[in-house]
Design a protein around this ligand. Structure first.
Ligand code: FAD
Length: 411
């Protein structure tokens, strides 16, 4: 069979793959993106964070995103048993973008992939990577074309952006279990029918609702610009397993347990069968190896509660592209120091907040009656995705600072 060659081979054309491709094209690299599916295709992960805008801008992809007409987003609202609080991302301590979008990922990912192609990356839909060999001088992959033929591609460097498929971690046995309990999500898109001006609802914000009786169960309502909402619930697998029927019936039953959400969605039209995904949290031994790196979800995935997935995917692409620029210029790169460790810094910030969320401490902080405005701006920065901003004490010293705040708010 034939063997092709390229500078950088990218597995997967999701957000991580497309941003990496666009950045590498700016450096003049030859880039081949292999994508198993035909776009547009559904993906979960629809609420972006303002920090992600910096990477879209850097990669030259922002104009296409703005022009695609997605739902403007300026914050996150939280509801719990009749209480409400909202963060406007523009009131944050970190510098940078304060607004972003809520996106149907089918369209968003397609826009990004086509822009990367327009920038000169070669994009092949329905080409699936089947096998990987990283033992030789150059990584080599086996690919199946839409016609069912297999061929080989050799690359100077391999970027795994295969998302939850986690091609390299699986094939190279790099997987390490996540420390989080096994949670799952049931979700769908509805025509929401929410009247403009409905109390406690703002289309420009994601709404996170905490279950009135189970503090570790929560719902997302993510409005789109076309009158639909993405609607989902996240809970431990054992909780979800108690509900019977179709995924739609199960989601409707759980939504029915929250009076506020039920009222909000009273006129919703459930036009799309709900789906379930379970056990999405994942981790790896290392985010890189000789001539390869793991981007986005192919590396680590924590939890959806802070909508951090796409932002982390972009950050990984940006860091990897910067390393590759230096490596292709002849420098010897310490990938742990320049890629693994800096990427994990922000992931670890989010981890502290995710743990606090499920233990209930974070809810006490955000619903607390007397909040220090300066501290609220720092928390807002994290919610806006600025989890790598070391000038924020809740990044630099996340665990200790959040712990102190939890105690203050518990009194
Ligand atoms: P993906 O977007 O998954 O892209 C990977 C691509 O690789 C796919 O297109 C796939 O077809 C392709 N591929 C797979 N295998 C192969 C192969 N063998 N050969 C070739 N191609 C292949 N994130 C947010 O930012 N905001 C949210 O609101 C949010 N909500 C979430 C809710 C839930 C319930 C979950 C589970 C996640 C959520 N996320 C959210 C996370 C988000 O979905 C991911 O972090 C994000 O999609 C990661 O992007 P990626 O580019 O790494 O991978």
């Amino acid at each position: 069979s034939r063997i092709e060659s390229t500078h950088v081979l990218i597995i997967g054309a999701g957000p991580a793959g497309s941003v990496a491709a666009a950045l590498l094209r700016q450096q003049g690299r030859q880039v081949l993106m292999l994508e198993k599916q035909q776009f547009p295709r559904f993906s979960i992960g629809e609420s972006l964070l303002p920090q992600s805008m910096q990477f879209l801008e850097q990669a030259g992809l922002l104009q296409a995103v703005v022009e695609a007409g997605f739902q403007y987003k300026n914050g996150a609202a939280f509801a719990c048993d009749g209480r409400h609080t909202a963060f406007d991302f523009r009131n944050k301590s970190s510098a940078g973008w304060g607004t972003t979008y809520q996106v149907q990922r089918a369209d968003f990912d397609h826009v990004l992939a086509l822009e990367a192609e327009r920038a000169g990356a070669e994009l092949r839909f329905q080409h699936e990577v089947l096998a990987v060999d990283v033992t030789g001088d150059k990584p080599q992959v086996t690919v199946r074309s839409p016609e069912g033929e297999t061929y080989q591609v050799q690359a100077d460097f391999l970027l795994d952006a295969s998302g939850f498929a986690r091609i390299l971690p699986r094939l190279l046995d790099l997987e390490r279990p996540s420390r989080f309990p096994v949670r799952g999500a049931i979700f769908t898109h509805v025509r929401d029918g929410i009247a403009p001006g409905s109390a406690g609802f703002d289309r420009n914000k994601i709404l996170i609702t905490v279950h009135p009786r189970h503090q570790d169960v929560w719902y997302w309502t993510i409005p789109f610009s076309n009158g639909n909402c993405s609607l989902g619930v996240v809970a431990e697998q054992a909780f979800l397993a108690r509900y019977e029927g179709s995924e739609t019936e199960r989601l409707q039953a759980i939504v029915g347990e929250d009076p506020g959400l039920s009222r909000l969605l009273a006129n919703a039209e459930w036009h799309t069968p709900a789906r379930q995904i379970v056990g999405y949290s994942a981790n790896v031994d290392s985010l890189w190896g000789r001539n390869y790196a793991l981007l986005g979800n192919a590396g680590e995935f924590l939890d959806p509660v802070f909508s951090s997935g796409v932002t982390i995917a972009f950050k990984s692409a940006s860091l990897a592209a910067a390393c590759l620029e230096r490596q292709f210029a002849g420098e010897t790169i310490d990938w742990e120091a320049s890629y693994g460790a800096p990427l994990r810094k922000g992931v670890d910030t989010f981890r502290v907040f995710v743990e606090s969320w499920y233990a209930g401490g974070f809810q006490k902080i955000i619903f607390h009656e007397n909040q220090n405005p300066a501290i609220r701006e720092m928390i807002c920065s994290i919610l806006a995705g600025y989890a790598w901003d070391l000038s924020n004490p809740y990044v630099a010293d996340a665990k200790r600072r959040l712990g102190v705040l939890e105690q203050l708010c518990a009194e």
